[in-house]
Design a protein around this ligand. Structure first.
Ligand code: ADP
Ligand code: ADP
Length: 222
């Protein structure tokens, strides 16, 4: 699903963010991405979503070469990727339902299909009874689950999460990761960037560890 071949990323200012990064994330796999602040985690995610292009080497996502992808092909690539952010980026003046429906509206789905999918996604994240609430009326953990429902509602084969538990306590963080496991078991490929090593150690998934732009390890953290 994701393949990095000897990838380096040097920003225009001369800052090397990634150096010779080489890994393969198989379709259906779930893995963590970790490393200190500045290690290159965000850059790696930006290469997968084609926000940035590699300076050297090759990034393949779903067999598409990010380096040679035309501008017009980028939206098609992104349709295959659900993205979850730390601060969930919800529209605060819209209901939970409207927030989750948004990706389907953009893709031009019919109301009936939107309704069915939004209800199903909210049910999966345990918010089936809060569809008409405003995000402000929900707890931090619930808001994060709305963000997850929005990311999965179009059923993308790949889920990327950038510090999805950054603002949550350990118990809620674990619940969020269990949700990712549920999607993974249903066949979705999942990559979770986090610096929460305690959480990673409890889950025992393969972990890509970055240090100053280099991939230090691709094994599970003991
Ligand atoms: P992380 O997400 O692990 O904190 P980043 O990928 O954000 O790491 O950053 C890796 C390195 O690249 C850092 O030294 C950072 O300052 C630099 N960097 C990130 N984005 C840019 C940018 N747009 N322009 C220049 N340098 C950048
Ligand atoms: P139907 O195909 O009858 O419309 P649903 O759309 O509700 O049924 O979903 C079928 C199954 O797929 C459900 O069990 C649901 O948990 C699962 N599912 C739906 N969306 C996703 C997703 N993005 N990732 C993983 N599993 C999903």
């Amino acid at each position: 699903m994701i393949r990095f071949e000897q990838v380096s990323k040097i920003y225009p200012g001369g800052q090397t963010a990634l150096e010779n990064v080489d890994f393969h994330l198989q379709r259906g796999e779930m893995a963590f991405l970790t490393g200190h602040s500045g290690a290159g985690k965000s850059t790696l995610l930006k290469l997968i979503t084609a926000i940035e292009k590699p300076t050297m080497g090759k990034v393949l996502v779903n067999d598409h070469d990010i380096g040679t992808l035309s501008r017009s092909a980028v939206p098609y690539l992104r349709r295959n990727i659900g993205i979850i952010f730390q601060d969930h980026n919800l529209l605060m003046d819209r209901s939970v339902y409207d927030n989750v429906a948004l990706p389907l509206l953009i893709e031009g789905f019919h109301d009936r299909e939107i309704n069915k999918r939004v209800e199903a996604a909210l049910e999966m994240v345990g918010l089936g009874d809060k569809t008409n609430f405003a995000p402000m009326q929900l707890s931090g953990g619930e808001q994060q689950r709305v963000g997850i429902a929005r990311a999965v509602v179009a059923r993308p084969p790949l889920l990327l999460a950038d510090e999805p538990t950054g603002n949550l306590d350990p118990k809620l963080s674990m619940e969020i990761l269990r949700l990712f496991e549920t999607f993974n078991r249903a066949g979705t490929t999942v990559l979770i960037a986090t610096h929460d090593l305690g959480l990673i150690a409890r889950m025992r998934y393969r972990t890509l560890t970055l240090g100053q732009g280099r991939l230090l390890s691709t094994e599970a953290v003991a």
